[in-house]
Write a protein that binds this ligand. Structure first.
Ligand SMILES: *Cc1c(COP(=O)(O)O)cnc(C)c1O
Length: 433
C-alpha cells in the first residue's frame, strides 16, 4: 500500500518510509491510498472474536501487503496485552475504558504498536534511529514506555515545563536507558514546533536518522482504530443492536480520526461527537466553516490543550475538504474547567463512575449530543488516578492508585532543561550523533 501526503506536494511512499519519516517532506501527513471496506462476514463474526483477533484482521487491511502475516500478528498481539472494556455508566451510555495499559492511557495502543512496527522495519540496520516526540502529557509516557529497551532506537521526549502533572512527568523522566526527557521552557505548541523544525532541518537530517512518534505517524494513529471495532463487538455481545454514537475527547484529533477510518471500513457507527476543552478550535470550525488555529491555553484536561490539531489535515482529506460532509458525521462541544469539575463531581455522585478530566469532556459531550433513543459510547482516555491532583479535591475523596502507577512515582526524575529555541535544540541533537 502506498501512502500519500495530505499536502499533495510530496511523492508517495511505502509504509516503511511513512513510518520512519513520520511527517512528509511537504509538511503534510501521510494517508493510506485506500481504506478497505471489510466484508459483512467479518462484522457478523466479530462478536465471537477476541480483541486480538479483531485487531489482527483490521491491521491486515492496512498493513497486510507490506508485512507478512506472522510478523504483523505478532506486532498486534504484543501491542494488545491488555483489554479495552466497555462499562455501563447509566442507561444508554457506556465508557470505553482505554486506560488498562502500562501507562494507563489510550496512547499505549499507538505507542506500543509504533515501537514494534518501527523495530520491525529498521531490523538490523546499522544506523540508530532517533524518535522525537513532543508531549502535552500522555504521549510522552506512552511512547517512552512503548520504546523502552527497543534496540537501535533512541527516544527524545520534549515536554512543556510545569504544564504536565507530576504523575505524567514521572512516567517518562524516570526511565533512563534509551529514553531522554527534555524539559522545555514554553508551551506544548513550542515543543511541537521544535520537533517539526528538526525534521525540516537538512543538516540535522544528514547527521541523524530522525523520526516522529507523535500522532501524525501512521503507525501510531491507525492502530487506534482497533478498539473502536472491539467496542462495537462488545456492544453487540451486550445486546445493543443500534448503531452507536461515539464521543471522543479530542486534542490533536488522532484518536477520533482513527474512529473515522473505522467507520470508512464499514464499522456501523452512526456518527461522532468531538469534545474539546477550552481549546475549541475544531468546535469553532464546525460553527463557522473556517479553521482558525490559535495558541493553546492550559486546562484541567491538559492532554487536549492543542491550538492547532495536527490531524485536522487528515479529517479534511477524508471528507474532501467539505465542512458540510464533516458536519454530517461529526458534531462538536467544548467545556470549560468549571464544567469539567462539575461533570466529574455530578457523575460520581449520581452513578459512582469516576471520570478523569478528559473522559469528563467525552461523557458530557455524549450526554449533550445524544438524541432520545440513541445509545452512545464515550472514550475514557485515561485513568482518573493519573489526574488525582485535580480529581481528589473535586470528589472530596482519595483515588486509589494502581500499582503500576505507584511504581513510576517512586522513580527519580531525570530531565534536561532547555529554552524554546531551535538553535539550542539543534545543538543538543547534533552533539548526540
Ligand atoms: C492525547 C489525549 C487525548 C487527545 O487525543 P488526540 O488523539 O490528541 O485527540 C485525550 N485524552 C487523553 C487522556 C490523552 O492523553
Amino acid at each position: 500500500m502506498k501512502y500519500y501526503s495530505t499536502n499533495h506536494k510530496a511523492p508517495e511512499v511505502t509504509l516503511a518510509e511513512a513510518v520512519v519519516r513520520g511527517l512528509a517532506p511537504d509538511r503534510g501527513l501521510y494517508m493510506p491510498e485506500r481504506i478497505e471496506r471489510l466484508p459483512d462476514a467479518f462484522f457478523e463474526q466479530m462478536p465471537s472474536l477476541s480483541f486480538q483477533q479483531i485487531a489482527c484482521r483490521v491491521a491486515e487491511a492496512f498493513f497486510g501487503e507490506d508485512i507478512e502475516k506472522a510478523a504483523l500478528d505478532r506486532i498486534v498481539c504484543d501491542t494488545l496485552n491488555f483489554e479495552t472494556p466497555i462499562v455501563a455508566v447509566e442507561p444508554g451510555i457506556y465508557a470505553l475504558e482505554l486506560f488498562h495499559g502500562p501507562t494507563l492511557a489510550f496512547k499505549d495502543v499507538g505507542g506500543r504498536f509504533m515501537a514494534r512496527m518501527l523495530g520491525h522495519f529498521i531490523g538490523h540496520s546499522s544506523q540508530e534511529v532517533t524518535v522525537l516526540v513532543a508531549t502535552s502529557g500522555d504521549t510522552g509516557s506512552a511512547v517512552a514506555n512503548g520504546f523502552l529497551g527497543v534496540e537501535g532506537i533512541q527516544v527524545v521526549v520534549l515536554y512543556p515545563k510545569g504544564k504536565v502533572s507530576e504523575i505524567q512527568e514521572k512516567q517518562f523522566t524516570t526511565l533512563g536507558r534509551n529514553i531522554t526527557a527534555v524539559e522545555v521552557d514554553g508551551t506544548f505548541d513550542d515543543c511541537q514546533r521544535l520537533v517539526k523544525s528538526a525534521f525540516l532541518d537538512e543538516e540535522l537530517n544528514h547527521r541523524l536518522k530522525l523520526t516522529s512518534a507523535n500522532s501524525i505517524n501512521v503507525a501510531r494513529f491507525l492502530p487506534q482504530a482497533f478498539y473502536y471495532f472491539n467496542a462495537w463487538a462488545q456492544a453487540r455481545r451486550a445486546g445493543i443492536k443500534k448503531d452507536l454514537v461515539v464521543c471522543v475527547p479530542s486534542g490533536n484529533f488522532g484518536n477520533i480520526t482513527a474512529g473515522l477510518f473505522a467507520k470508512r471500513m464499514g464499522l456501523p457507527i452512526e456518527r461522532f461527537i468531538a469534545a474539546n476543552n477550552r481549546n475549541d478550535i475544531f468546535y469553532q470550525y464546525l460553527q463557522t466553516g473556517v479553521y482558525t488555529p490559535r495558541p493553546s491555553v492550559a486546562t484541567l484536561a491538559n492532554a487536549m490543550d492543542v491550538g492547532d490539531p495536527s490531524n485536522f489535515a487528515r479529517v479534511l482529506e477524508l471528507y474532501g475538504g467539505s465542512v458540510e460532509a464533516i458536519r454530517a458525521d461529526i458534531s462538536g462541544y467544548w467545556y470549560s474547567d468549571e464544567q469539567i469539575r462539575e461533570t466529574v463531581s455530578e457523575t460520581f455522585a449520581r452513578t459512582g463512575y469516576l471520570l478523569d478530566p478528559h473522559g469528563a469532556c467525552g461523557y458530557r459531550g455524549l450526554r449533550d449530543g445524544l438524541k432520545p433513543g440513541e445509545t452512545g459510547i464515550f472514550l475514557e482516555t485515561a485513568h482518573p488516578a493519573k489526574f488525582r491532583d485535580t480529581v481528589e479535591p473535586i470528589i472530596g475523596a482519595k483515588v486509589e492508585i494502581p500499582e503500576r502507577l505507584a511504581a513510576f512515582m517512586r522513580g527519580e526524575k531525570l530531565s534536561l532543561p532547555m529554552r524554546a529555541d531551535f538553535a539550542d535544540f539543534k545543538q543538543f541533537l547534533w552533539n548526540r550523533a
